[in-house]
Write a protein that binds this ligand. Structure first.
Ligand SMILES: [Ca+2]
Ligand SMILES: [Ca+2]
Length: 256
């Protein structure tokens, strides 16, 4: 018997024995164990469903994990102080004029800042304004002077959203619009300079922008794609893991 056929025989033996491993001494063979576990891993890899575009890689709060958890064991989301800090941070960032509420005025002020700091011409400015209007409507609904969102309202609303199966899927729907607005030169990707300009308009520093950019640009190619932007932006809303990098999406978190 050649060495190759001996090896093949041994491998077959390992596979054949796996259902009976409990009763054999072969189960403790490290070679066999390694082979079997590698095969299982390879098999799982091949047959696993493709990763859902915007689901987190390492976020234990992912939909998949929750779907496998019996209903009675599921924990309500959005009760941790960490999650509340994140939402207060985003509220503060979106409140561009810092009057304590998010309103359409904030979005128009952001448009003005972006247009003037980014030297947008009239056409580009109009496009930016249209995108910001759509972004507002997607996230906040009606454009009226009475549509003002306080921090407490925002926390209550977002708590409801992340605990509602259907609403949670839409939590990130404004992000593609925002992405389009930040992609100033319409190249289809966001450069560090575009991102810095965006952060500057939100009252954040270039250093804040560089940190957030680095974590959002997951493949490190120096450009943020729509997928990278939406994926991490969605994780910001749904993850309760303090170690998850999505916490840096909107700059440093407020203290309390
Ligand atoms: Ca405001
Ligand atoms: Ca990238």
């Amino acid at each position: 018997m050649s060495l190759r056929s001996m090896l093949a025989y041994f491998v077959l033996l390992c596979v054949d024995m796996t259902p009976y491993q409990k009763d054999t001494t072969l189960k403790s063979s490290p070679v066999c164990k390694t082979f079997v576990s590698t095969s299982v891993r390879k098999y799982s890899k091949k047959t696993a469903a493709p990763e859902r575009a915007y689901d987190s890689d390492d976020d234990s709060d992912s939909d998949d994990e929750r779907d496998r958890t019996p209903r009675r064991q599921r924990k309500e989301r959005g009760n941790s102080e960490f999650w509340r800090r994140k939402m207060r941070t985003l509220h503060g960032v979106m409140d561009v004029n810092k009057d304590g509420v998010i309103s359409y005025d904030d979005f128009m002020l952001l448009t003005e800042k972006f247009a003037s700091l980014g030297h947008l011409d009239a056409k580009a400015k109009n496009e930016f304004r249209d995108i910001m209007r759509t972004t507002w409507e997607q996230q906040w609904g009606e454009i009226t002077p009475y549509n003002l969102v306080t921090v407490e309202q925002y926390l209550t609303e977002m708590h409801h959203v992340v605990n509602d199966k259907d609403l949670k899927k839409k939590v990130h729907r404004f992000l593609p619009y925002l992405y389009k607005a930040v992609d100033k030169d319409r190249s289809g990707s966001i450069s560090l300079n575009e991102f810095k300009l965006f952060f500057r308009c939100l009252g954040l520093t270039e250093e804040n922008a560089a940190v957030s950019f680095a974590v959002i640009d997951k493949n490190g190619d120096g450009q943020i794609t729509l997928d990278e932007f939406v994926k991490l932006g969605k994780d910001f809303f749904v993850s309760e893991k303090e170690t998850h990098v999505s916490r840096m999406f909107w700059g440093p978190l407020v203290d309390h």
